[in-house]
Design a binder for this molecule. Structure first.
Ligand code: NIG
Ligand code: FE
Length: 420
């Protein structure tokens, strides 16, 4: 049991927690000053004002031997980040392409000459399951210490039935052996393998007829993804894959409109995808289709930052009444960082979102975008005790403002303190 006392500000804490927040509501954040919070059995049992701590139904347990008391004077407590879009199971790294990019090649040019995702796929195919697990575990520990408590992880560097399954088994092992809340997504349609060049629909056939049934049979995926964009998979390919996924209860979470007005957003909404992600190319029609859908627009500003590309129109989306989630896209090619504190700064600086809006985007809306809003994403009674205590800072606005510094001092995941 853990009792956190004297919390300067308990952030994103409410009696009734919404499943997500949209439009003007994104700029409000429920907070409690001078607060306490009590954790038992891995769950948030109670929280409230310090002055009413005696009235807690758990107050008898507060001073017992089994309760660890943490004094959070001068510090904030926030719910852990929910990073709803990552590719953290990968082999090696791609800093050589990074240098090519500095010299002037674009992401698409690198992909066209067989680099990019295909480069990572070649390496992954030669890497053992154990080694992949170890590499990913390092990244899991890294993001956990930076404040992430839930993460979605995609396959997509296998690109053969065996190697896609190998990746998904690594994700399953991470689910079983690490304390983070993890959801897995099958992304067989991430790139067209070189040997299928010119016969893309034959590869889609394999995804639909071979990979999806096998992945579903082994229960290896929670969601399904397609890179629906110029130079990658078409709307028609995406429809076939989402339809096949639906037959097995796999809901879409798709890569859309990063490189062009690809029709990916509209397709995602038509198939009731849980989220559509990237969205650098979003216009009036895309926004209109997203309104009143259950699909969460998810922005990945780390990728636009790293690739030096245009940012998605976050302000337009929020002002139109949409919700927005933000995720890291942690991957070796377009965003080799899973630092959600930096993602918050990018949200403020580059997307012109307010600190309240970015906090909603990386907590409750991120939780919705990976289907875990019932158990995490906010401070609420009965939710999993995933949160972090900051260092002594003036207020939550300081987190995205003082970019590049680590403001997370103590991490609690599933009710346990994870030490640095
Ligand atoms: O989300 N856009 C597609 N996929 C990844 C990049 C993967 C890679 O380059 O390795 C992304 O940006
Ligand atoms: Fe991605």
């Amino acid at each position: 049991m853990i009792l956190i006392k004297n919390i300067k500000l308990l952030v994103q804490a409410a009696e009734e927690s919404p499943r997500m927040v949209a439009g003007t509501k994104m700029s409000t954040l429920p907070v409690l000053a001078d607060a306490f919070l009590f954790i038992k059995d891995g769950v948030i049992k109670d929280f409230g004002k310090m002055r009413s701590i005696e009235n807690s139904p758990f107050s008898r347990e507060f001073s017992g031997n089994e309760t660890e008391t943490i004094d959070a004077s001068g510090k904030l407590v926030l719910p852990s980040f929910c990073d709803s879009h990552t590719h953290i199971v990968y082999a090696g790294s791609r800093e050589i392409e990074y240098i090519d990019k500095i010299k002037g090649l674009s992401y698409e040019e690198i992909a066209k000459r067989g680099g990019g995702i295909l480069n990572s796929a070649k390496l992954l195919q030669q890497t053992s399951e154990d080694s992949l697990y170890e590499q990913a575990l390092g990244r899991i520990n890294e993001i956990m210490m930076k404040g992430t408590g839930a993460v979605e992880i995609k396959s997509g560097y296998g690109l053969t039935p065996e190697d896609e399954i190998k990746m998904l088994r690594v994700i399953r092992r991470l689910k079983e052996t690490t304390p983070l809340i993890i959801r897995s997504t099958f992304l067989g349609a991430h790139a067209v393998p070189a040997e299928y060049k010119g016969r893309q629909s034959d590869y889609v056939d394999i995804v639909v007829k071979d990979m999806i049934p096998r992945v579903a049979e082994e229960g290896l995926a929670d969601y399904i993804d397609v890179f629906c964009d110029r130079g990658f998979f078409t709307v028609e390919d995406t429809e076939r894959i989402l339809e096949a996924g639906q037959k097995y209860g796999l809901r879409g979470k798709i890569h859309a409109n990063e490189l062009d007005f690809s029709g990916g957003i509209q397709t995602g909404v038509r198939y009731n995808a849980l989220s559509v992600d990237h969205l650098e190319f979003t216009g009036e029609d895309e926004i209109e289709k997203l309104l009143d859908s259950g699909t969460m627009p998810t922005l990945l500003p780390g990728a636009a930052f790293f690739l030096g590309m245009d940012y998605p129109p976050a302000r337009k989306m929020i002002e139109a009444g949409l919700p927005v989630a933000m995720a890291s896209d942690y991957n070796p090619g377009s965003s080799p960082s899973g630092n959600m504190q930096f993602v918050m700064s990018l949200g403020c600086i580059k997307l012109r979102m307010l600190p309240e809006e970015v906090i909603n985007a990386v907590t409750i809306n991120g939780a919705y975008a990976m289907g875990v809003e019932d158990i995490t994403g906010s401070i609420a009674r009965g939710k999993t005790a995933n949160m972090f205590i900051t260092s002594e800072i003036p207020g939550y606005e300081f987190m995205p403002y003082a970019y590049g510094s680590d403001h997370v001092e103590k991490v609690i995941v599933k009710g346990r303190v994870v030490s640095k």
